[in-house]
Ligand binder design. Structure first.
Ligand code: KG4
Ligand code: ZN
Length: 336
């Protein structure tokens, strides 16, 4: 009988140190050490992220192996996030992955973080059939990707300025909510009136996104009203959050609808931390019912940054003999 293929995945592109193991494409473990330290600074501090990865990585990899009840010697290959991300953070994961591959004489597999987010939709059943569209929305990215097979994808549109999660977090900061503010805006939005205030939606061609204008219009709105009434934000926070969330959801879903109509694809997936957003989920469900879409949203532990998606992508690359040599380096930016 053929022995199973075990892939160790390592993710360190931002502020999550994560390791996961998959056996023949099925996830056995997904250990994530979140870095709390950034909350104090109102955003991710790159230098502190690199240090925390250094402190966490050995422990996280050990935990992923022991939770999978396998030994280092059982591994078939090591996959790691090569790009994009914070360079110092990526260098910790890639340096560790290379050293381990060298020590264990195992093949090394570089993984593109954004492609892995898309493939997080293949981790659990039911998974989409090909081709599918994926809206990836997180603190660092906003993209619509067409996926024709696990290793064949194309970016149809992306943000030209802020990412959706970044717009949430910056708006939350203006509302004096702590970092990361996305979930806090979402919670307040549930109690507010989404039609009370109007924030203009940007007119961006094609399938591109822009969020910096929305953020700026919230800023001017808050400045104007707070001057007249210093307690304005406090008294209206739920309605402000609901109205902002309504605008964000509308921008994201309009582009997704356009992508589906243009491609004729009705298998629609979400990925990234903003996939937790209730407004987006409810809006997507409504739109899906109207247009006959099949909708897929990974479990939250696979939406936010995680190594399970790196291990799965590594598995497909392993089956396709796509290996990296030991001179491979991490990069902050990456083409597809
Ligand atoms: O994917 P993720 O964990 O990390 C990366 O940015 O790669 O995404 C984190 C982002 C943050 O901007 C956070 O505010 C946002 O996702 N987020 C949310 C919600 N939950 C997390 N934004 C809006 N509503 C939420 N419920
Ligand atoms: Zn990410």
């Amino acid at each position: 009988m053929k022995s199973p293929t075990y892939i160790l995945g390592i993710e360190s592109s931002c502020d999550e140190t994560s390791a996961a193991v998959c056996r023949d494409g099925k996830i056995l473990s997904n250990v994530i050490a979140s870095q709390e330290i950034h909350q104090r600074y109102g955003g991710v501090v790159p230098e502190l992220a690199s240090r925390a990865h250094m402190q966490n990585i050995v422990h996280v990899v050990d935990a992923a192996l022991s939770q999978s009840a396998i030994r280092q010697q059982d591994l078939s290959a090591i996959a790691f996030t090569q790009a994009p991300g914070l360079i110092g953070a990526l260098l910790v994961g890639s340096g560790f992955a290379k050293s381990l591959a060298l020590a264990l004489k195992l093949p090394l597999i570089e993984v593109h973080h954004m492609q892995a987010h898309v493939l997080s939709n293949l981790i659990s059943a039911p998974s989409p059939s090909f081709p599918f569209l994926c809206l990836t929305v997180s603190g660092g990215h906003t993209q619509i990707v067409r996926c024709d097979s696990p290793l064949s994808m194309e970016v149809l549109g992306e943000t030209i300025d802020d990412a959706a999660g970044e717009a949430y977090d910056k708006t939350a900061k203006m509302l004096r909510l702590p970092y990361p503010g996305g979930p806090l805006i979402d919670a307040r939005a549930q109690e507010g009136d989404p039609k009370r205030f109007h924030f203009p939606e940007p007119q961006v061609p094609g399938l591109s996104f822009s969020f910096s204008g929305v953020k700026t219009s919230v800023l001017y709105f808050l400045q104007k009203h707070s001057k007249e009434d210093p307690s304005f934000v406090e008294r209206n926070i739920n309605d402000i959050c609901a109205s902002f969330q309504h605008t964000m959801t509308s921008i994201l879903l309009q582009k997704l609808k356009k992508a589906s109509l243009e491609t004729g694809i009705k298998e629609i997936c979400l990925a990234g931390g903003v996939a937790a957003n209730k407004g987006l989920r409810n809006g997507l469900t409504e739109l899906g019912a109207r247009y006959g879409w099949n909708i897929y949203i990974p479990a939250m532990e696979y939406c936010t940054d995680n190594a399970a998606m790196i291990a799965i992508t590594g598995y497909y690359k392993y089956m396709n003999h796509q290996f990296s040599d030991l001179s491979v380096s991490a990069s902050a930016r990456a083409d597809w």
